[in-house]
Design a protein around this ligand. Structure first.
Ligand code: SF4
Ligand code: SF4
Length: 349
């Protein structure tokens, strides 16, 4: 199901300023319906690596924090530690990076808390939505928050293609163990003909997985976490990646983390002669994992119907938990593969 996308016109910002427009955007996106009185609300950021400028500017975060407060919520800013070496590798470094970029109680009016704790291992573990896969390790402070607002900057990414909301949720809300799992298949290798033996990648590898042997870098597979940080270090482009298989695997695992059993509201396309989207959504409704809202032509009528369902669901934690469970029970993660397998068997018969 496609999600609604709300855009902000920057031409209007000359008159009103971006924070004022941002409030309108948050209202249109339904933030008021998601924050109840006293809700401890996580504002999930990517605080940015010190020295970089790729992160959301603090005044915009301050606008969201102020709105959450006006709605009765208690906001805190949060992010998780990284797998790779750098300046966000543990909770203390992460707080320092957040403060350097202006994310603190003083500037935003909400404290910064590392979601996965001091060492990146404070987790709430939930079952994976994919049958047979290990449990999902969610960063504890994010998992325990009453409400979550995900604030992501948009960027190109060497593994996922785009770094945005899904990556900020899927990768950014996991502990180190979760990140490790997502990267498990994406280990780099050295192309010896390009390696000059400069040793730079050894300094970048926090896990001591790279050594020089006869003037060439060698990666110890068993010590390598697949964090991919060394790829950025090599001036010769000698550290390579299995682009043909690794990114797809990381993306699949990231989606698994982002979708660890989520109740849904479906708006099936109403004008198809077979109404096949209704039939598909109906299956989820049957098992108690979803509700349907009619995608009626009148936008206000549609918004009202959606709002009615949303309000009811957001106020009923137990019902959402039951729907999430039903969703996990109904999931057939390998359905496409199984169907293909059956078709191949039929073709052979
Ligand atoms: S060798 Fe492995 S653990 Fe070390 S930086 Fe490269 S990907 Fe990360
Ligand atoms: S940084 Fe590149 S060139 Fe230098 S040792 Fe590592 S792989 Fe070889």
């Amino acid at each position: 199901m496609a999600s609604p996308v709300h855009l902000l016109s920057l031409t209007q910002s000359r008159r009103k300023g971006i924070p004022a427009l941002l409030e309108r955007l948050l209202e249109a996106a339904g933030l008021p319906g998601h924050i109840a009185e006293g809700d401890i609300t996580a504002l999930k950021l990517h605080v940015g690596e010190p020295g970089n400028t790729a992160y959301i500017r603090p005044p915009f975060v301050e606008t969201v924090a102020a709105m959450v407060k006006r709605l009765g919520g208690r906001p805190f800013l949060t992010d998780t530690t990284t797998l790779y070496t750098g300046l966000r590798r543990n909770g203390l470094d992460l707080i320092r990076a957040a403060e350097l970029h202006g994310f603190s109680s003083i500037s935003i009016g909400a404290p910064f808390i590392p979601a996965d704790g001091l060492k990146g291992d404070e987790a709430v573990t939930v079952p994976s939505p994919v049958e047979g896969n290990p449990p999902v390790h969610l960063a504890a402070a994010l998992a325990k928050a009453d409400a979550l607002v995900c604030m992501s900057h948009f960027k190109g990414h060497e593994v996922t293609g785009i770094g945005g909301a899904l990556k900020n949720l899927g990768m950014g809300c996991s502990t180190k163990a979760g990140k490790l799992y997502m990267h498990a298949q994406s280990k780099p290798f050295v192309e010896p003909s390009r390696c000059t033996g400069c040793g730079r990648c050894l300094e970048w590898c926090a896990w001591g997985a790279i050594e020089l042997e006869e003037g060439k870098a060698v990666i110890a597979e068993s010590a390598c976490t697949g964090c991919a940080h060394c790829l950025l270090a090599c001036p010769e482009n000698a550290l390579r990646f299995h682009w043909d298989r690794a990114p797809a695997d990381v993306q699949r695992r990231m989606a698994e983390y982002a979708a660890a059993g989520v109740p849904s509201i479906c708006l099936p396309y109403p004008y198809h002669k077979d109404r096949h989207q209704y039939r598909n959504a109906g299956k989820l409704v049957e098992v108690g994992a979803a509700v349907i809202v009619d995608d009626v032509a009148d936008a206000q009528d549609r918004a009202d119907r959606l709002w009615e369902k949303l309000e009811g669901l957001m106020a009923d934690n137990e019902r959402r938990a039951r729907m999430a469970q039903a969703c996990r029970r109904a999931a057939r993660p390998h359905a496409a593969r199984d169907i293909a397998q059956r078709l191949l068997e039929m073709a052979d018969a």
